[in-house]
Design a protein around this ligand. Structure first.
Ligand SMILES: [Zn+2]
Length: 340
């Protein structure tokens, strides 16, 4: 598409190209993205959180510059930057208030620091919020205005988009759906409470339940592949066991999917979104098994019955790029809002 670089920008011009960054506990991913959510160039680096905040911020800036170079652009072509971090971020001040997987990251003015290094406005967002926004604007749920994203993995993250806008809540703490209690006095959750959906249906919870069955005397094919007392039961191992019809893994994952279905129905009963998107490591590996159970259960527990075609429960499409693309799309939306 021909871009009009040599005349003054007017309100009818499309937003410029933006840059999205996914700051994870182990890696940093930066992607230059156009207004359709297509990646023009990207770069990756290890986070190395143990080297401290200043070092990580330098590494983020270098990764961003590399992505821009890989897109054959220079930083002046970037209208805005969005960065998604695994924690509570105040998008108005750009302060990352708290990030459990990044030691020492408390009240870090990440937006301002990066803005100084890159010379471009920087928006800071919670990573799963950004991933959901990515799926809603450029992924599986493109075209839908109201979308709930559910991402089961080590924990369960979520995001809520209502009428095309990311719903951040009154205190930037919305969409912590992994800690919705679905079973009073249920299993202990990492947050210290009991019975959260994360404690019932995350990969970690599934692993705990499989171990419980094996220690209780049931036999599973998984013990032939890995040392279950010392190694994690990864999503890949779960997928293989499901394929072979292992009864222990099948029972435990079926129960987890059922819990997710009841939980999804509660989300729909509260928010009445146009669609739901399921993503994350567990779904990528085992979605073929989990999603039909989640769908069946959800439709059974709705207070107002909806035909499946009118409330699709979709599988995420952007994979590992969802957060970076979502951040870039949020940055783009931010630029547009400033122009209006
Ligand atoms: Zn919890």
């Amino acid at each position: 598409m021909a871009k009009k670089h040599n005349h003054k920008r007017s309100l009818v011009d499309p937003p410029e190209i933006t840059l999205g960054i996914d700051l994870g506990g182990t890696k940093i991913l930066a992607a230059v993205v156009d207004e359709q959510g297509r990646i023009l160039g990207e770069a990756k680096r290890k986070t190395r959180a143990e080297r401290g905040v200043d070092d990580v911020i330098e590494r983020i800036a270098k990764t961003a510059q590399e992505a821009v170079a890989n897109a054959h652009l220079d930083m002046a072509a970037i209208a805005a930057v969005g960065i998604g971090a695994p924690g509570v971020a105040d998008h108005l001040t750009g302060v990352l208030e708290f990030a459990p997987n990044l030691p020492d990251w408390t009240n870090i003015p990440l937006g301002m620091r990066l803005q100084q290094l890159l010379g471009v406005p920087v928006l800071v967002e919670n990573d799963v919020n950004a991933g959901t926004y990515g799926e809603a604007t450029a992924g599986a749920a493109r075209g839908y205005g109201s979308v709930v994203g559910v991402f089961p993995g080590t924990g369960i993250g979520g995001g809520i988009v209502l009428d095309g806008r990311l719903w951040r809540g009154a205190r930037n703490a919305a969409a912590e759906i992994g800690h919705m209690v679905v079973l009073i006095d249920g299993p202990q959750c990492g947050c210290g409470r009991r019975g959260c959906i994360e404690a019932l249906a995350s990969r970690t919870a599934i692993e705990r339940d499989i171990l419980g069955e094996i220690r209780g005397g049931r036999s599973s094919v998984v013990t032939q592949w890995i040392d279950v007392e010392g190694e994690p039961i990864t999503s890949g191992v779960l997928a293989r066991a499901l394929e072979e019809g292992d009864p222990v893994v099948t029972d435990v994952v079926t129960r987890a999917a059922y819990h997710l279905g009841v939980f999804t129905a509660s989300l729909v009963n509260a928010l009445d979104p146009e669609c739901i998107v399921y993503g994350g490591g567990l779904i990528e590996a085992c979605g073929r098994f989990l999603l039909p159970i989640i769908r069946n259960t959800t439709y059974r527990y709705l207070i107002r019955p909806v035909a499946p075609e009118n409330l699709p429960i979709l599988e995420a499409a952007l994979g590992d790029n969802a957060v970076a693309i979502g951040c870039a799309m949020l940055a783009s939306q931010h630029v547009r809002a400033l122009q209006e």
